[in-house]
Ligand binder design. Structure first.
Ligand SMILES: CC(C)(COP(=O)(O)OP(=O)(O)OC[C@H]1O[C@@H](n2cnc3c(N)ncnc32)[C@H](O)[C@@H]1OP(=O)(O)O)[C@@H](O)C(=O)NCCC(=O)NCCS
Length: 413
């Protein structure tokens, strides 16, 4: 329970900046004025929640109204963000109180999903969040990485000045988004936060850059990255960090990554959040030299089971036919709990209550993991997260939920 003296309320609009600055303490990161302004532009201020102790902000959180790509479409989703509690007030139930308010608000707004990036994975599972994507991370020695094929021999690269380029790259992002679940839709105000805003930043040499790869067909790939210079006795030793690299074609993806691995004075390339089926794995001659590690990516919460299940398509080609009864355990959102039947015809699902015997038993976390298509019921069952009550039901679920391409959320928020 929340400490008696702490109230949890929508943040008064005039305290929005103060709310985000309070989060500096929990995150140990600056929230400068320009960041606050950018967040304000993509926010619905009434969706930011403050925990107040005698009027002082001691807890912060917010929900962005986003549109998440899901298999075969997109769904309105609450993007949970800026979650902190002051160290002086930790472990008194303040996060629990804020999360309750945010999830109930998503429910009231008919947002069937909530999602977030977790600072620590164990925090949110108690609220029914399940892993939606893996994050493949790279820490590669650039000189050791060779591409298996030759350069396209066509097309060119262009460095785009800070503050420009949205019109060039948005179609590439949208094309990639149409192929995978997990991408957020981006308004122009969201793009402002993703693209370089200044040619030079306070840290010298670490300003973000935008490069596009163009052919006779237009822009086919882009990357946002920054470089950090370093020198050693053996010469240049810089690090290039890729924020986002996206291609709309096979060629665009290949050439933009070839570019990133070829930037002069760089010896280490780092990036995070790639899907585990990223084409780069097949593009390089020695995949182990990419220095791959795997971590948790985005976490998903099914807020409304019926709307969510009816809002995606099923089957690898999106045209499966089949059905499943499942018993869902969901103490945190009790309106979802109980027995459901999912009937799928030509890829489209209808979810209804049933009193027929269940084929599978699972909790809200496992259903969330299945939802974006990146996890198989059989694999979750092997970890004890799904129970098969009727033989053959795991295989039936595996014919419905997984997608051809892994879900990918290229952006943290
Ligand atoms: C994470 C944070 C917001 C938790 O806030 P809090 O008010 O202390 O959390 P609560 O007291 O409401 O805890 C609710 C439950 O989560 C658990 N929990 C809280 N923080 C946790 C953590 N970091 N790891 C694991 N479990 C955690 C609590 O033990 C409690 O469990 P219970 O229900 O079994 O009793 C706070 O510690 C914080 O600001 N951390 C630094 C910033 C951060 O990581 N923010 C999250 C960004 S995604």
């Amino acid at each position: 329970m929340c400490a008696m003296s702490v109230e949890i309320l929508p943040c008064p609009p005039e305290r929005f900046g103060e709310l985000l600055r309070t989060a500096e303490i929990g995150f140990s990161e600056d929230a400068p004025d320009d960041l606050i302004e950018r967040v304000r532009k993509i926010s619905d201020p009434e969706r930011f929640v403050a925990a107040l102790d005698a009027g002082q902000i001691v807890g912060t959180s917010g929900v962005f109204s986003v549109s998440l790509s899901v298999p075969g479409g997109e769904l309105p989703t609450g993007g949970v963000t800026w979650v902190t509690v002051l160290p002086s007030h930790r472990r008194r139930g303040i996060l629990r109180g804020m999360m309750r308010q945010m999830i109930d608000d998503c429910h009231a707004r008919n947002e069937p999903l909530a999602m977030l990036w977790a600072s620590e994975a164990s925090i949110y599972q108690r609220f029914g969040y399940g892993l939606g994507t893996w994050s493949m991370n790279l820490e590669a020695e650039t000189m050791q990485v060779r591409f298996a094929g030759d350069p396209a021999g066509t097309g060119s690269f262009r460095m785009i000045p800070a503050g420009e380029g949205m019109d060039l790259v948005a179609p590439v992002y949208d094309a990639a988004r149409s192929q995978r679940a997990g991408f957020l839709g981006r308004t122009p105000d969201w793009w402002v936060g993703q693209l370089p805003r200044t040619d030079k930043d306070a840290h010298g040499g670490e300003a973000r850059r935008l490069v596009v790869y163009e052919t006779e067909s237009g822009v086919e790939g882009y990357a946002v990255y920054k470089t950090k210079p370093d020198w050693g006795v053996r010469g240049p030793n810089g690090t290039l960090t890729v924020d986002e690299a996206v291609g709309s074609t096979t060629r665009g993806t290949r050439e933009i990554w070839r570019f990133l691995f070829g930037v002069d004075l760089v010896r280490t390339l780092k990036t995070w959040r790639l899907p585990t089926d990223h084409p780069l794995l097949g593009l390089v001659a020695e995949p182990r030299r990419l220095g791959i590690t795997l971590g948790d990516g985005v976490w998903l919460r099914i807020v409304d089971v019926k709307t969510a299940l009816e809002g995606r398509t099923y089957g690898l080609a999106g045209n499966a036919t089949g059905g499943l009864n499942f018993e869902l355990q969901d103490e945190y959102c009790p309106w979802n709990a109980g027995r459901w039947r999912l009937d799928v015809s030509d890829g489209h699902g209808v979810a209804q209550r049933t009193d027929k015997p269940a084929d599978l038993a699972l909790d809200a976390n496992a259903l969330a993991s299945l939802f974006l298509g990146g996890f198989k019921a059989t694999a979750l069952a092997a970890a004890g997260r799904v129970g098969e009550l009727r033989p053959g039901s795991l295989a039936a679920a595996d014919a419905l939920f997984p997608t051809v391409l892994q879900p990918w959320c290229p952006q943290e928020f």
